[in-house]
Design a protein. Structure first.
Length: 216
């Protein structure tokens, strides 16, 4: 019989690969059939990127090294814990990571439309999730940080206002990336960096540049 794991035990297991639970929830019966709880996993601090880029997936020259690392590492973690690994890039159909994030009580829509997290701010990202065959005890929901954020600097960080609650103006964003003085490609999206809580993610500039390269 698979042991009933507490969220703290999963956090301890995930920490070995510089991952952390960034939210947890109880599943509806038809979401991941046969599983009743879900733990969302994301990068844990500034040591995540050196750890990942030292992995074999980043040395073999094949595409999508970060996704392949996630498949291997989170897949092995799921096997060890008697869980099922679920990934945001596994589709179609695409798993509902955005909806799960909101239901976890630790992520909300921000004033610019992006999801904001209670500890990682606008640098929120999920590498995968663990679906568990038993119900786990969930922590109390956090409070939406934007409601008490002084000045909400994310609203004015983008010079072309590409991000708003009404949507994402991708052409305007990509055009501004070519503007002299724009440092988003090297350091990450200025809007994401402007969030005071984003520092809690420990996101290195090299990691942000990697993701921006895929976006470009």
């Amino acid at each position: 019989m698979t042991p009933r794991l507490a969220l703290s035990s999963i956090a301890t297991k995930a920490r070995g690969n510089h991952l952390a639970p960034l939210g947890a929830l109880h599943l509806e019966p038809d979401e991941v059939p046969g599983y009743t709880s879900l733990v969302l996993l994301g990068p844990a601090g500034p040591d995540f990127w050196p750890h990942v880029t030292a992995a074999p997936e980043f040395a073999d020259g094949a595409p999508d090294p970060l996704d392949r690392w996630s498949l291997r590492v989170i897949g092995a973690l799921a096997s060890d814990l008697g869980a099922r690994a679920v990934f945001p890039f596994d589709g179609p159909p695409w798993p509902s990571f955005t909806g799960w994030a909101r239901r976890s009580g630790r992520a909300w829509s921000s004033p610019v439309g992006l999801l904001v997290h209670d500890t990682t701010g606008l640098m929120l990202s999920y590498r995968g999730a663990l679906a568990l065959p038993h119900r786990i005890d969930l922590p109390a929901p956090a409070s939406r940080p934007c409601d008490t954020c002084d000045g909400q600097p994310c609203r004015t960080a983008c010079p072309v206002s590409a991000l708003s609650p009404d949507g994402y103006d991708v052409p305007a964003c990509k055009t501004d990336l070519d503007r002299p003085g724009n440092d988003c490609m090297a350091r990450g999206c200025a809007v994401r960096r402007a969030c005071p809580l984003s520092q809690g993610a420990g996101r290195t500039e090299a990691q942000s540049a990697f993701h921006m390269g895929y976006f470009r």
